[in-house]
Design a protein around this ligand. Structure first.
Ligand SMILES: [Mg+2]
Length: 348
């Protein structure tokens, strides 16, 4: 919308800070009984209830974490909420509230912020979380967006990164690598557009990948699925930086090793096809891609019968003793040491 010269633009200075917050938040509804007071007082009030409170925050900076030349503002708002909810679900908790803080330069008119908040509101409505506060202010350059999410869980249901044990199975939800490839496609189209602005790209064959990059969904369904299956994960993390670095976080904090099997990595057909087209290794993309916002967790081997064959879940390996190291077992049955970005092909 920043590029559209014909749209109506209202300068933010016309509203003033309180007018702006009121304007941007007036359509948000409160749905949780734990939200005692949302936007509109000096501070929000949450009923602490008998559960434990989970809090996570994330700061997104224009030019560092997002590029508005291909990220529509509505998508940015939606994704910024997802990134935070994903961290709450990775604790096996339910998200209930968010706060949104925003700094924008005078390049952004009111209509741009309305689009951003439309995405935030869609996320709140879809995932049933209440917007309870935040702040808006001016920045000298670009946009900064910080969201905090608050969730709840019973003490015995919370899952940390440090509970994995040797022989536990390693499980991942959904599929991997799509968001990274979506970004590669968008970056390529941006370069084509800069050379020839009249070029209309045909992105149909990348639809899933672009959706994974621009409109990721946090896996709210997985903690519920696990409760329904009566499976309590021993460790859990969400995949924001790539499978490889996330499993290494679990192993280091649990003081274990792991074996991940290349042939078990869940890949969408668009990921496989686009890797061939871009001449990149799909295993590398699955291990290092990042931004998939799937959940990676470990379960006792005794729970295998409860999760096997579930279309939402893939068993991709198992936890080992720490001394065995953190390894990828290739299709050729070779063991290669994982590293934070992919694997180290020079180590045996
Ligand atoms: Mg995380």
């Amino acid at each position: 919308m920043l590029e559209d010269k014909n749209q109506e633009k209202t300068s933010l200075s016309q509203l003033g800070e309180f007018g702006l917050i009121e304007h941007l938040t007036k359509h948000f509804e409160v749905t949780h009984s734990t939200t005692v007071k949302a936007v509109g007082d000096d501070a929000a009030v949450i009923d602490a209830s008998e559960k434990q409170t989970v809090i996570t925050t994330d700061l997104l900076v224009e030019g560092v974490h997002f590029d508005l030349s291909y990220m529509p503002l509505k998508h940015l708002g939606y994704k910024a909420v997802m990134v935070n909810l994903s961290d709450v679900y990775a604790m096996n908790a339910e998200a209930e509230q968010i706060t949104v803080s925003l700094a924008v330069s005078n390049r952004f008119p009111l209509e741009a912020l309305e689009e951003l908040y439309a995405g935030i509101q869609l996320a709140c409505a879809t995932y049933k979380v209440d917007l309870i506060g935040g702040d808006t202010t001016s920045s000298t350059k670009g946009m900064l967006l910080s969201i905090t999410a608050i969730g709840k869980a019973k003490k015995e249901e919370l899952v940390y990164r440090d509970g994995a044990k040797a022989t536990d199975l390693i499980v991942v939800s959904g599929d991997l690598g799509g968001a990274y490839l979506g970004l590669q496609v968008l970056e390529r189209e941006k370069q084509v557009f800069q050379v020839n602005p009249t070029n209309q790209p045909d992105l149909d064959q990348y639809s899933y990948l672009i959706e994974r990059q621009l409109k990721p969904e946090a896996r709210k369904d997985i903690p519920k699925l696990l409760r329904d299956l009566e499976v309590q994960p021993t460790a859990m993390i969400d995949i924001s930086d790539g499978l490889s670095s996330e499993i290494m976080h679990i192993c280091k904090q649990s003081n274990t090793g792991c074996k991940i099997y290349e042939e078990k990595l869940p890949l969408d057909p668009q990921v496989i096809g686009t890797c061939e087209e871009f001449n990149i290794d799909s295993t590398m993309v699955a291990l290092s891609g990042g931004e998939d916002y799937e959940l990676l967790f470990t379960v006792s081997i005794n729970d295998f019968d409860k999760i096997k064959g579930n279309p939402n879940l893939s068993v991709i390996g198992h936890i080992t003793e720490a001394a065995a190291g953190m390894n990828l077992v290739t299709r050729a049955n070779q063991e290669i040491a994982l590293k934070a970005q992919g694997w180290n092909s020079f180590e045996e």
